[in-house]
Design a binder for this molecule. Structure first.
Ligand code: HEC
Ligand code: HEC
Ligand code: HEC
Ligand code: HEC
Length: 163
């Protein structure tokens, strides 16, 4: 029997690499979506699918046509940094094609305000925080007298919050 080639282990290694390489290419070919954009690396169909999704949020301008007075007031006050739909929910649940379709969400509880204004060391110091002790937020004498249930709305208006 002839002695095996001294390089036979290399041939076997080469064979394994070729099989794995071909396998990789086959799986890649199978798994890549047809609309894959190789120039910018995204799935082309994703753009069409995203554009076809129904509108949920309309943005602040979508409220302006029907709520001119509120929008005008809000625009000049500190809460202009908070979008209408943050507090009132998305426009799809309220108005469609120029008509009111359902009652808009309103939350007048303390929790709604404290969501953003509860004093905490994780908030920037300059952010207005609801403070009783004044350790982080500004000490507000009126707050010091407060119990745990008095609604914030007793003194603050949501669209014009500075008392
Ligand atoms: C910080 C939360 C918040 C933001 C931001 C906000 N609202 Fe309000 N909104 C409220 C609350 C709370 C009430 C209920 C006030 C009450 O009845 O005392 C209210 C009431 C209303 C009402 C019904 C009563 C009224 O005052 O006319 C309308 C309409 C309204 N908001 C529209 C808007 C629009 C439009 C925007 C954006 C331009 C907006 N809101 C931004 C919290 C907010
Ligand atoms: C096609 C007109 C229209 C649009 C657009 C519209 N609303 Fe209204 N909205 C109304 C009408 C009509 C009422 C009831 C009368 C009133 O309070 O002025 C109302 C009432 C409200 C109320 C009081 C609760 C209620 O439903 O009665 C809030 C809060 C409100 N709208 C918020 C918004 C916000 C926020 C937007 C934008 C995302 C918006 N609205 C867009 C027509 C509209
Ligand atoms: C989604 C977050 C959010 C909610 C909810 C919210 N606020 Fe604000 N609030 C803000 C932001 C942002 C500002 C502007 C801060 C700034 O100008 O640096 C602000 C400003 C204020 C100010 C003005 C402070 C000053 O002197 O400049 C007061 C007062 C206030 N909010 C009270 C309230 C009350 C009361 C409620 C409940 C009805 C409420 N906020 C709900 C985010 C919120
Ligand atoms: C009894 C009236 C009263 C009540 C109730 C009240 N506040 Fe105030 N709040 C004030 C006054 C007065 C100021 C001080 C305004 C100033 O000095 O510029 C103030 C200031 C603030 C500020 C601004 C603080 C800063 O650093 O500039 C925030 C935020 C605030 N309040 C949030 C709230 C929240 C949230 C609630 C409900 C949990 C609430 N307030 C309840 C009277 C009240």
């Amino acid at each position: 029997m002839a002695a095996p080639s001294p390089r036979s282990h290399l041939y076997r290694l080469l064979l394994i690499l070729v099989v794995f390489g071909a396998g990789f290419l086959a799986v890649k070919q199978w798994a890549t979506p047809d609309s894959w954009n190789y120039e910018h690396w995204y799935r082309g169909d994703a753009v069409v699918e995203a554009a076809a999704q129904p509108l949920v949020y309309g943005g602040n301008d979508s409220c302006k046509t029907c709520h001119k007075d509120v929008a005008k007031l809000w625009r000049k006050k500190p809460h202009r940094k908070v979008a209408c739909e943050t507090c009132h929910g998305p426009i799809v649940d309220h108005a469609k094609a120029g008509k009111k379709t359902a009652v808009a969400f309103i939350d007048k509880t303390r929790a709604q305000c404290l969501n953003c204004h509860l004093e905490g060391i994780n908030r920037p110091r300059a952010f207005p925080q609801f403070s009783k002790q004044g350790e982080i937020g500004k000490l507000v004498p009126k707050h010091k007298e407060l119990d745990a249930v008095t609604p914030c709305a007793k003194c603050h208006e949501a669209h014009d919050p500075r008392p």
